[in-house]
Design a protein around this ligand. Sequence first.
Ligand SMILES: Cc1cc2nc3c(=O)[nH]c(=O)nc-3n(C[C@H](O)[C@H](O)[C@H](O)COP(=O)(O)OP(=O)(O)OC[C@H]3O[C@@H](n4cnc5c(N)ncnc54)[C@H](O)[C@@H]3O)c2cc1C
Length: 525
Amino acid sequence: MAEAMYDYVIVGAGSAGCVLAARLSEDPDVSVLLLEAGPPDVNDNIHVPLGYLKLTGTEVDWGYSTAPEPHCNGRRITLPRGRVLGGSSSVNAMVYIRGNRRDYDDWGVSGWAWDDLFPYFLKAEDNERGASDWHAVGGPLPVSDQRSGNKITPAFVEAGVEAGLARNEDFNGAEQDGVGMYQVTQRGGMRASAAVAYLHPAMERPNLTVMPYMHVDRILFDGTRAVGVEASQLGQAQELRAQREVILCGGAYNSPKLLMLSGVGPAEHLTMREVEVLLDQPAVGENLSDHTAAYSVWTTPEPESLLLALEPAALEEFTATQTGPFASNLAESGGFARVGDGAEAPDVQIHVAPIQIVDEGTKDPEAHGVWVSPCLLTPSSRGSVRLASKDPTAKPIIRNAFYEDGADMTQMVDALRLVEEICAQPAFKPYCAERFTAPGGESDDDFRAHAAATTYEIYHPVGTCAIGSVVDADLRVNGLEALRVVDASVMPTVPRGNTNAPTIAIAERASDLIRGNPAPDGAAA
Ligand SMILES: Cc1cc2nc3c(=O)[nH]c(=O)nc-3n(C[C@H](O)[C@H](O)[C@H](O)COP(=O)(O)OP(=O)(O)OC[C@H]3O[C@@H](n4cnc5c(N)ncnc54)[C@H](O)[C@@H]3O)c2cc1C
């Protein structure tokens, strides 16, 4: 078995892993190894924004799904996850949202309040609108306005205003509430994944080694100190040693999975799976939460949807100017609203895509249409990640437990009613001519049945290695040495918004913690 030694071994080249690899290797005196189970990010469908529609179920996706969800008609819900350089940031919808100040303050963990993280959102950012109290330029992560030119998604914004919601030009500014167009992590109409933004510019450094197709099977320990990992590449097992630290960046499903495969997790469960227990840590894999989402779909007579991508003119336009349907991130517009009585911040987010989604996206649309999807920003239900077997290649058992807390279903019914109200407004009516996927009637039971039939997870899993239970405030795994988790799994609860920018900000701050650097300047706005 070959063996090699590095200062830091990072597991997973996703949103967090790319940031860490780039930041830690800025110091030429340290050696950094970045291990990624998937391939290099060479597929054009990663980089041409609309292309990600074609990536689910391919070699760049882990191919996970939930266990049968009891309150969703027993459906196994598809859970796409990037398995490629860039991780999920190579396959995501590119919406740039930081969340609400309240999210981070409510975590109640020293060092992770909004005022602590805001300078790191700025450090990461390169916003094409320029610098302001709320935004920065010059960071690695490009943030841009929409370039698809589609007419359906701006019409939703007008309809939201007609329905009484505020118009919001910047969801990452002073107010989060309201309707508007989303900014996206793109540059010049091309996807800016964490790999493109952080890793590619650092790849040539002699102190950074990147190994794709390298599946990490377990963490190696000397007593309670992590000293490396055991991994396999093209069937060849290897031990890769870390002098300073092993850092897990496998994401909210695979980081807890890897801890459990390595004997760190709920002892009873590990024993059942015949894994030798190193540390009984009941919180590993618990507390899974995500933005529970449902959707309605309309057919539209207007020839305006992303079906236009099939016309030769669309490809010609994208090739010439990187605009038009191929530049679309799908979820182009939407907004934040409050449906709960006395809600102190938005509790619902809406994503609007100018396309007819058929059979949960498994079939290509045949007609022009629009998809409107509300999700719950502060769901109460919690799920879990568990091992199916001690075989490292086995998929984990993932239970989202959607609607286990009935309050979530009540809120979803309210959210779907809000969508109905907006879509009935004059500005949007022309695009909602015919129901395609909709509640069967007007009663709450009809709306509950519709939610059960259409609910999916909106790709923002967090909480399975949470700060405060699994890791400490410096993201070190409690009870062990030289082992951290840095990815979306450390968020104790899911922020109000899409999770890529928050994961990147967390990784930026973690890099400074690990390097012993002071926080960047940046007064909290
Ligand atoms: C379809 C989709 C749409 C989304 N849309 C948006 C959006 O519009 N805006 C937004 O902000 N967020 C969005 N998200 C969520 C966002 O992309 C994620 O929250 C974020 O990328 C999580 O980062 P991470 O570092 O925690 O994990 P990931 O980016 O998933 O990275 C984990 C990496 O670790 C690798 N890995 C895992 N296990 C192993 C192992 N054993 N050995 C080696 N490598 C391993 C994986 O292959 C992967 O590359 C979306 C996600 C998906 C899947």
